[in-house]
Design a protein around this ligand. Structure first.
Ligand SMILES: Nc1ncnc2[nH]cnc12
Length: 242
């Protein structure tokens, strides 16, 4: 959202040659070229947080034998996401890994993930599919890395572009290998695309992509193995069409 905050006169101060009531001041935000009054944004955010029961609006998600209520969280002036945090939720992570393991029937050498929310899922999935190790694409260059490969990416939940880094030693180990990319949620697909470009530079072949959830338009992807679709939401809590 390009946020330009400005104050606009709703009524001209003079009409028909006589003084009108004091002009109303209206604070507006400009988002994708559209003017959105601050009042509209505040009402939308208020309605999002004050459901009939007075609680936060939620989306109920079931993965196998695990059910969770995900809070809806606005990410810009028009859209909210159902916040899905796998880290620390070991029961859901293990259940998702079991279900994904059963669906990854294609042979592969290693699983690769981008830190951080897919880390524990990748660990469980790697163990369940009898792989001795997995690889993690990092979000910053570490001092111990040798000749790291880097690229940049912007995701749905981050304001700034992020750096993705594959340690040179890991790149050497991945050369000529078949890999499956793993993440918690595939959304815009930008971080998947950036990870794939790093793996291509490393000389490995991406033979599959796996995630717990495919969000928004990603629900339509046929190249990703996922367990459930996840809608994006309007600020009033209604789901957006995929
Ligand atoms: N719904 C979501 N919850 C948490 N992280 C996300 N990243 C992209 N979509 C997400």
């Amino acid at each position: 959202m390009k946020v330009a905050n400005q104050t606009t006169d709703v009524n001209p101060p003079w009409e028909n040659g006589r003084r009108q009531a004091q002009p109303k001041k209206l604070t507006i935000f400009i988002c994708n070229g559209k003017m959105i009054p601050l009042k509209t944004i505040l009402i939308s955010i208020f309605s999002l947080y004050s459901s009939e029961k007075g609680g936060v609006m939620e989306y109920q998600l079931t993965i196998g034998n695990q059910t969770r209520r995900l809070p809806l969280v606005p990410i810009n002036a028009t859209t909210a996401i159902a916040s899905f945090v796998l880290l620390g939720d070991d029961a859901l992570t293990y259940q998702a890994a079991q279900l994904l393991a059963a669906r990854l029937t294609i042979p592969f050498d290693y699983l690769v993930t981008v830190e951080s929310k897919g880390l524990t899922l990748t660990h469980d999935l790697s163990r369940l599919t009898n792989h001795p190790r997995s690889f993690v694409i990092r979000k910053s260059i570490k001092s111990y890395m040798q000749q790291p490969l880097t690229t940049t990416v912007k995701s749905i939940t981050t304001a700034q572009a992020q750096t993705l880094v594959l340690d040179g030693a890991d790149a050497a180990a991945l050369q000529g290998k078949k890999v499956i990319l793993v993440d918690d949620v595939i959304s815009t697909g930008e971080s998947l695309k950036a990870a794939e470009s790093l793996l291509q530079q490393a000389g490995s072949t991406v033979v599959g992509r796996a995630a717990v959830l495919a969000e928004g338009a990603a629900q339509k992807r046929t190249d990703v193995t996922f367990l459930a679709p996840l809608p994006l939401f309007n600020l009033d809590g209604t789901p957006q069409p995929a």
